[in-house]
Design a protein around this ligand. Structure first.
Ligand code: GTP
Length: 604
């Protein structure tokens, strides 16, 4: 394919505005997938994506399209919409020259529409605004066009009104992609320069790297080198994604495809790496900013004998999701494990679910925490350490305030877009989360965009749920990193029958310690099942108990329910009880359900 007939583009949007549905239609129109049967979110391959109806991993597909007698190769990269996966979006964009910015005709511009628009705008990509779902009864394309004009300075004449569901006007979208998005500015005469923008691990074939060619060409038998590790490989297969892997003879500059080159170790295909010919080293392309984890949690095998299996599953999954950071860790109760860093809570849940579904690995996650910092002061420390900043990703390692001159907490700048009737409730919610208002503008007559500075800790667990429920689902939320600010922090222990539980240690703002401690005890009381003895649940700051709840003893005799001697029924009940137990972990002598660690942090 001549480079001038190639277009690399991405679809970006707020969650549920219809990216995946539009991608399905584009695949159908170009004959990439058949129109018989019902194609639904074909690019959402992962089981977790299908179950949750969200896109987690960006996926790539090459489409062939004839426009006015010329054949074009269109490389489409589907991207996830949720805030936690923004990292995937910016990664996908580095392989593109343009984007379709999809906005729901009913909901209008939402928080992630704004965030994604700026990602594309800053990357200097061509932006084609697409207003989707015009078939809906309440669709108001005109209003959305006005918002787009107001917010992004894009003329309403440039907007394409479509229904991805019905296929209305979708062909126009393809034409605009060809006319408005420039071809990649690259040449096959240059030496090979391939950017690894994604990689997956296949049980049979090893590492499969998704690449975008910024120069040269690549084919089976080529000897290539990683600019990052300087290791060399022989290419065994190249191909395009349609969206399944389809081998081809060669990939040329401007194309997007995949490569297999005998990389066995998951660490060999670094996302952001530049591949070149062994004999022709090139200046590497700018890599990606490494993703910055916002939330940390301990992860331990549910069954200690599974440690090695889970270790290899975590390694493989982090290759596919490079935004997860991994440190080895261990806990008295839960044994050897890891401390993982995630981009957000949904990211953490999805990672956990993928471990279970794709690798059959059952793990315990401990309560999530944000990365706090402490500036050390103590004379007790060796002199050089004085004034040094340490990052605390495990609350049980929180340094005592006798050796600290200041604590710092991470903050984020949050964007909320909401119909104005909910403003009052939202302002009140933000106040309870110690947020500081930075901005408030109307994006049309009835919709407002609010900007707030939040302590990150205040939003990770349940802020989004709270916002959704008080606005009947109408408010949307997105956030970006805003650095650190001083905070008055303190460590809180949770005791079960007098024993401190390392996995439940929490760092709190001093002024909130009492409320948080009380809620955590109440939550634990709800989730810890009655056992043979009484259980005291206490929250403590140092040696001072600040809250207490009690779980009364109870003898759960399942067989008492059985009258007479129906042995098969008896066995069934016994089995059920044994299964129930699997989900519990012993802490001291108290059994705690494995999801208790996270649920105790929810405030609503
Ligand atoms: P994520 O992958 O989670 O980011 O969402 P998405 O933007 O890919 O949205 P998706 O394509 O999954 O669509 C979300 C919902 O909107 C689905 O229930 C679709 O059936 C529906 N939908 C998409 N396009 C249209 C449309 O043109 N009209 C109507 N009525 N519904 C649509």
């Amino acid at each position: 394919f001549p480079v001038e007939n190639i277009r690399n583009f991405s679809i970006i949007a707020h969650v549920d505005h219809g990216k995946s549905t539009l991608a399905d239609r584009l695949l159908e129109i170009t004959g990439t997938i058949s129109t018989t049967g019902h194609n639904k979110q074909v690019l959402d391959k992962l089981q977790v994506e299908r179950e949750r109806g969200i896109t987690v991993k960006a996926q790539t597909a090459s489409l062939f399209y004839n426009h006015e007698g010329t054949n074009y190769l269109l490389n489409l990269i589907d991207t996830p919409g949720h805030v936690d996966f923004n990292y995937e979006v910016s990664r996908s964009l580095s392989a593109c020259q343009g984007v379709l910015l999809v906005v729901d005709a009913n909901e209008g511009i939402q928080a992630q529409t704004v965030a994604n628009f700026y990602l594309a705008f800053e990357a200097q990509l061509s932006i084609i605004p697409v207003i989707n779902k015009i078939d809906l009864k309440n669709a108001d394309a005109e209003r959305v066009e006005k918002q787009i004009e107001n917010m992004f300075d894009i003329s309403k004449d440039e907007c394409i009104r479509i229904s991805a569901k019905l296929g209305t006007n979708v062909e126009r979208v393809l034409q605009e992609v060809i006319e408005k998005i420039p071809p990649p500015d690259v040449s096959t005469n240059d030496p090979l320069k391939a950017l690894v923008f994604d990689s997956t691990y296949d049980h049979f074939r090893g590492v499969i790297a998704n690449i975008a060619l910024f120069g040269g060409e690549i084919q089976k038998g080529h000897k290539i080198m990683s600019s990052h590790t300087k290791k060399t490989y022989e290419v065994s297969e190249v191909g395009i994604l349609t969206p399944n892997e389809q081998p081809v003879q060669k990939l040329y500059a401007g194309q997007v495809g995949y490569l297999i080159a005998g990389m066995k170790e998951v660490t060999e295909a670094q996302i952001g790496d530049t591949l070149c010919l062994h004999k022709q080293p090139v200046e590497p392309l700018p890599g990606f900013k490494s993703a910055k984890p916002m939330v940390f949690a301990g992860m331990y095998p549910a069954d200690k004998s599974e440690y090695n299996n889970i270790k290899s599953a975590v390694e493989k999954l982090t290759l596919n999701d490079s935004s997860v950071t991994v440190h080895r860790d261990s806990s008295l109760v839960l044994g050897a494990g890891w401390r993982l860093g995630f981009l957000g809570l949904l990211h953490m849940e999805v990672f956990n679910q993928r471990l279970e579904q794709e690798y059959n690995a059952s793990v315990i996650l401990t309560a999530p925490t944000v990365p706090y910092k402490a500036v050390l002061s103590s004379a007790k420390l060796i002199k050089e350490y004085r004034g040094e900043e340490i990052t605390i990703i495990n609350p049980s390692e929180f340094p005592d305030n006798s050796m600290v001159s200041a604590y710092l907490e991470p903050t984020v700048l949050g964007t909320i877009i909401t119909p104005d009737e909910y403003i009052g409730k939202i302002l009140a919610l933000c106040q309870t989360r110690s947020a500081v208002q930075k901005d408030m503008v109307y994006i049309d007559e009835h919709r407002v965009m609010l900007k707030y500075l939040f302590p990150l800790n205040e939003i990770i667990v349940d802020f989004y749920d709270a916002l959704k429920s008080l606005s009947s689902g109408y408010a949307s939320f997105d956030y970006e990193d805003a650095g650190y600010q001083p905070a008055d922090l303190i460590k809180m222990d949770i005791l079960l029958n007098g024993n401190s539980v390392e996995e439940l240690v929490t760092i709190v703002q001093k002024e909130k310690a009492f409320t948080v401690g009380k809620t955590m005890c109440e939550r634990l009381k709800d989730v810890i099942p009655r056992q043979l003895f009484e259980i005291a649940i206490q929250a403590a700051i140092g040696s001072k108990i600040i809250a207490r709840e009690t779980v009364k003893p109870y003898r759960k005799d399942v067989l008492a329910k059985c009258y007479g001697g129906d042995i098969s029924r008896k066995m069934k009940l016994l089995k059920r009880q044994a299964e129930g137990k699997k989900k519990l972990r012993k802490i001291g002598n108290v059994e705690v359900p494995k999801d208790a660690f996270i649920s105790v942090l929810k405030r609503q």
